[in-house]
Design a protein around this ligand. Structure first.
Ligand code: UTP
Ligand code: MN
Length: 614
């Protein structure tokens, strides 16, 4: 598929992945690291290699090229990933039908339906029938600019306008029913799911409309918010409202502000705090915490001051954020107002000041504990500490921070400091007992083998000199044996003329191996091993590759000879001990010959492989 190659050569993997993950550049090696978006971790083991245009996670083993990344992170099929990247880079797709499969076609139709719906709702809000909705927004203090920014709309009450509009576009009944935006009566006729509601489009991270929340505008409109159901393009538990607009702000400010509602997001955003997001009418989830962490390290929770909001913050949100390794602050606004109302009553400046001075979550928890337990008795204070604070403080991974917070809190609650620290140590010891083994990342490749492979990957000259001599017996017990063999096969297949495709070769060397060809010959475990080896620190550059390969071979050979001689010696001794005089003598002779041969070759410069191995 030439188009795939063409696309990949025009797409920068670092830039693309960088939209989802904060990447740090490592020196001048063209390598970048960040937190892996595919598994939970607090220190970065996710690596992106710019010259080789691939990514690899040392923690969980995932890896591949830019297309694989987009497929996995956005849950797309191959075709959809291709289309997304092509669109983003303004590369026209070849107009070949049959390129796409059923699943991608359905999802493609659903994106189209949502875009059409969003446009229709926006138009209705501006039209005469949108007067009531416009008045409602005005009453709520939502400016024209925010209406535009958030693409707010109005679903008119007839229940027919979207159905009719979609009928004009000739979507299939399957597409319509899968969208969640229309409903079917028993007689087979269809009507709009959202009627007479103010519409909040929900976007995915890349800015596509994937769902809606619809707010009723009168007391009798129940439920207050109606939300899209889950569909093939909308997985509620991993979506955050406004993430598409907030992520840049999150990166520049280093924090996210987490609120409960659509209206809160808009109110806070209007106050100039763009790094604000909300979970869409669902409990806060682990994948949502993960998404926040990919863009920033601190989350300020600013929930509604009611009991439901505070309970959710205490039991769901704070623990999940801490588990994710995020710093957590809580902004509790006075006056019983939610963020949106607060901003409106007190102004953006006052809100900002409070936001910037929001305290660590433990003080907020301590205040909650005080209100719930009898703080006059020692047991009550101890209970407050154990039930409300311990579970959260325990999640702090930094030992010193934990101890400091614990003693700080003991003072704050009037609990004996010694008793608290004692409790704390006990809990920590409990947690330590079943020490989780480090994530298995497959067999470790010995350094010499790794360096040899890197040298061969980097340089054609090295491959041509070294590979023919790496016979079956020589690489028999290599950990990365499969890779060496695949390398030999690819190298043989492509030796001679301008073999490696331009898109693949390393710009520094001009003759690095074609990685894709190599990968295609490998089982997934070996592919992962290959990426691991090739992403390791010893990046070889083409000029020194041959020298490095020769040195590795020489040192491996010497090591092998040493092991061979030691084994032979042990055999001689064993034979003598067992009284097998003849056997001992012939072994001793062999040993002598081998030692002589070794002495001869040590002076010579390495590179040739001795054929006789034990
Ligand atoms: P709120 O009731 O706090 O909504 O619910 P809000 O966004 O602040 O809206 P206003 O100010 O009352 O107009 C918080 C969030 O919970 C979800 C919505 O996502 C809402 O934004 N929710 C609420 C529902 O999904 N359904 C409901 O019936 C109510
Ligand atoms: Mn509200």
């Amino acid at each position: 598929m030439e188009f795939v190659e063409q696309l990949k050569s025009q797409v920068d993997i670092v830039k693309t992945i960088g939209e989802y993950v904060r990447l740090k550049r490592l020196g001048s090696t063209g390598r970048y690291v960040g937190l892996c978006p595919f598994h939970q971790e607090k220190t970065p083991s996710f690596s992106v290699n710019q010259s080789r245009q691939w990514y690899h996670c040392f923690g969980c083993g995932v890896g591949g090229d830019v297309l694989k990344f987009v497929m996995e992170i956005d849950g797309l099929t191959f075709f959809e990933a291709l289309k997304l990247l092509a669109e983003r880079h303004g590369i026209p797709m070849p107009k070949r039908a049959g390129f796409s499969d059923e699943q991608s076609k359905l999802r493609g139709a659903l994106y189209d339906i949502h875009l059409i719906a969003a446009n229709l709702f926006q138009a209705s809000l501006r039209a005469p029938q949108g007067a009531e909705a416009r008045a409602y927004l005005a009453k709520r203090g939502v400016s024209a600019e925010m209406i535009e920014t958030f693409a707010l709309g109005y679903a008119e009450p007839s229940g027919q306008s979207l159905v009719r509009r979609l009928a004009q576009e000739r979507f299939s009944p399957v597409d319509l029913d899968a969208s969640g935006l229309v409903r079917k009566r028993d007689d087979g006729s269809r009507y709009d799911s959202f009627r007479g509601r103010l519409m909040f489009p929900i976007h995915d991270e890349s800015g596509k409309v994937i769902a809606f929340g619809g707010r009723g505008m009168r007391e009798e409109d129940q439920p207050k918010y109606l939300n899209s159901p889950e569909t093939p393009i909308y997985r509620k538990t991993s979506v955050l409202y406004n993430l598409n607009r907030a992520k840049n702000g999150m990166r520049s400010s280093g924090r996210a502000v987490l609120v409960e509602g659509y209206m809160d997001v808009i109110g806070v955003y209007a106050a100039g705090i763009k790094e604000v997001v909300a979970s869409c009418g669902t409990a806060f989830t682990e994948p949502q915490a993960r998404k926040l962490h990919l863009h920033c390290d601190t989350v300020v929770i600013n929930f509604d001051p009611d009991a439901a909001g505070a309970d959710a913050a205490e039991t769901k949100v704070i623990p999940r954020l801490l588990d994710e390794g995020l710093h957590v602050r809580v902004l509790a606004l006075n006056g019983g107002l939610d963020p949106d109302e607060y901003v409106k009553q007190n102004g953006a400046e006052v809100y900002r000041v409070h936001l910037d001075s929001a305290a660590g979550y433990f003080h907020w928890l301590a205040d909650r504990a005080r209100a719930r337990f009898d703080m006059r008795s020692a047991e009550g204070r101890m209970d407050a500490f154990k039930k409300v604070l311990m579970p959260a403080v325990e999640k702090l991974s930094d030992k010193l921070e934990r101890a400091a917070v614990a003693s700080d809190l003991a003072d704050y609650l009037g609990v004996d400091r010694g008793v608290v620290l004692d409790q704390f140590k006990r809990a920590a010891a409990d947690r330590r007992t079943p020490a989780p083994a480090a994530a298995p990342t497959g067999p470790a490749v010995p350094p010499l083998e790794r360096m040899l492979l890197n040298a061969l990957l980097a340089s054609r000259v090295a491959r041509e000199e070294i590979l023919p001599g790496l016979s079956g017996a020589w690489i028999e017990d290599f950990v990365a044996r499969d890779i060496f063999e695949a390398l030999r096969a690819v190298s043989n297949a492509t030796s001679g003329a301008a073999a490696d495709s331009a898109a693949d070769s390393d710009p520094n060397t001009g003759d690095a191996i074609a990685f894709r060809a190599l990968e295609e010959r490998l089982a997934p475990a070996s592919q992962s091993l290959l990426r691991q080896i090739a992403s390791a620190d010893e990046l070889t550059d083409g000029e020194v590759a041959l020298e490095q390969a020769r040195n590795c071979l020489h040192r491996m050979e010497t090591g092998q000879r040493k092991r061979y001689l030691a084994a032979l010696k042990a055999k001689v001794i064993a034979a003598q001990r067992n009284g097998q005089a003849d056997e001992a003598r012939s072994l001793a002779l062999e040993l002598m010959r081998a030692e002589n041969a070794a002495a001869e070759s040590t002076g010579a410069s390495g590179g040739r492989i001795s054929g006789n191995r034990a």
